[in-house]
Design a protein around this ligand. Structure first.
Ligand SMILES: Cc1ncc(COP(=O)(O)O)c(C=O)c1O
Length: 402
């Protein structure tokens, strides 16, 4: 495909206080933390430049345009009509998760997560004195054995590789100490887009046991080019009433350092509580760039995002070709996110050991799957949101070790 935007540009991030590039022991190919090596959309750069040139950076409010940009984006792209009242600004999805845990639980309560899952969920729970209640996803490894499984045409199969264990989930939810489920939709790191039926079932089980759902939907715009995610709150009336949805332009447009996000909470009582929590924790006020970047992203970033999704998909195919050459690696077909989840059990060493080996011998730095829960110990997570040339170089180096 011919690209208008230059995703091939070999951007240099070292020396910019980048977590990914400046906190990786000098690894030459840091393919770990979830941000991208691409410049953000031109409209966002322009919005930042305009705001900068004003030269005054005092306290800020949330203007109507901020609400409208979220509402219009979710309506256009995700078929979800949010109302202005439902939306509350916050400085990040993780701050929103931690505030929610604090508000809806007491120390000693349980918070359920479906693992392997985004590692910071563990921190938000533990830091607030709660118990992490891990419900591992069911992993049907046997489905990966065939040779013809492809990222491109394996929807049905891929949806069977990782599934929700409803029996264990219900057992966890039925414990009277369980107050909250932190759900990841689409799921980091296994790359699943949950179906409407799955979401509704999760909602029914949580409602039955009086458990609130925080649905983290930060990866929702990064689905494969022809695939659409389903917002948790749209799966059923129940899902709508018991949920807090955390959304943001940051993952999609590579602006995580701008610290801007939102929660959408249709239920007015729940919203009041979370509004209070975000304000108590002082994470409800925007810096001078948080609002303009959001408006530019959602109002003018669509074209850039459509190309980005395609570029990411091409990168996934590069990794797929590579893993097919290496039978010791099994790539989990991915419907969403730019993070690939690779079963490395065939190598005979754990994800953590392979991570160390690759890093020390080649400078390619992937994340050990055990970071995302015990069920991830035989996996590596690979961030492929970088110029193709960089990814190809990293794969060639990995080849020498594997
Ligand atoms: C599932 C998930 N939620 C939240 C975040 C981070 O959100 P924020 O930067 O808005 O705190 C990430 C970043 O990788 C993520 O993968």
């Amino acid at each position: 495909m011919e690209y208008k935007y230059n995703f091939d540009k070999m951007t240099q991030r070292r020396g910019t206080s980048s977590l990914k590039w400046d906190d990786c022991d000098g690894a030459k190919y840091p393919l770990w933390v979830a941000d991208m090596d691409f410049e953000t959309a031109p409209a966002i750069k322009k919005a930042i430049e305009e705001r900068t040139s004003h030269g005054i950076f005092g306290y800020n409010i949330i203007p109507d345009e901020w609400y409208e940009s979220y509402i219009s984006w979710w309506d256009r792209r995700h078929n979800f009509k949010m109302e202005k009242d439902w939306l509350v600004f916050c400085t990040g999805v993780v701050p929103a998760i931690s505030s929610t845990v604090r508000k809806l639980t007491s120390p000693g309560d349980n918070v359920v997560i479906l693992t392997p899952v985004y590692n910071i969920f563990f921190n938000s729970i533990i830091n607030n004195g709660c118990n992490v209640c891990e419900v591992p996803l069911i992993y049907n490894k046997s489905l990966l054995e065939g040779d013809n499984l492809s990222i491109k045409d394996s929807d049905l199969v891929s949806r069977d590789i990782y599934k929700i264990d409803y029996e264990n989930l219900e057992e966890a939810l039925s414990d009277e100490k369980t107050k909250l489920l932190i759900f990841c939709n689409p799921h980091n790191p296994v790359g699943r887009i949950w179906s409407k039926e799955e979401l509704a079932k999760v909602g029914d089980l949580c409602a039955k046991h009086g458990v609130t759902v925080l649905s983290d939907e930060i990866h929702c715009d990064l689905t494969a080019p022809d695939k659409e995610y389903i917002p948790f709150a749209t799966a059923s009336e129940t899902c709508k009433n018991i949920s807090i949805t955390a959304i943001a332009p940051t993952k999609t447009f590579n602006i995580a350092g701008m610290q801007t996000a939102a929660v959408s909470i249709p239920n007015p009582e729940l919203r009041k509580k979370i509004w209070r929590a975000l304000n108590t924790d002082e994470v409800a006020e925007p810096n001078s760039f948080a609002v303009p970047v959001t408006i530019a992203a959602f109002n003018e970033g669509e074209d850039w995002l459509n190309e980005l999704r395609n570029y990411i998909f091409e990168n996934k195919q590069l990794v797929e070709v590579f893993t097919k050459k290496h039978p010791s690696l099994k790539l989990i077909p991915s419907e969403a996110t730019y993070l690939l989840w690779i079963d490395v059990s065939g190598t005979g060493i754990s994800g953590a050991e392979l991570e160390k080996k690759l890093k020390s011998e080649t400078g390619v730095y992937l994340t050990a799957g055990g970071e995302y829960g015990r069920s991830g110990e035989n996996f590596l997570r690979m961030n492929i949101a970088c110029p193709k040339k960089r990814l190809e170089e990293a794969l060639a180096l990995m080849d020498t070790v594997l």
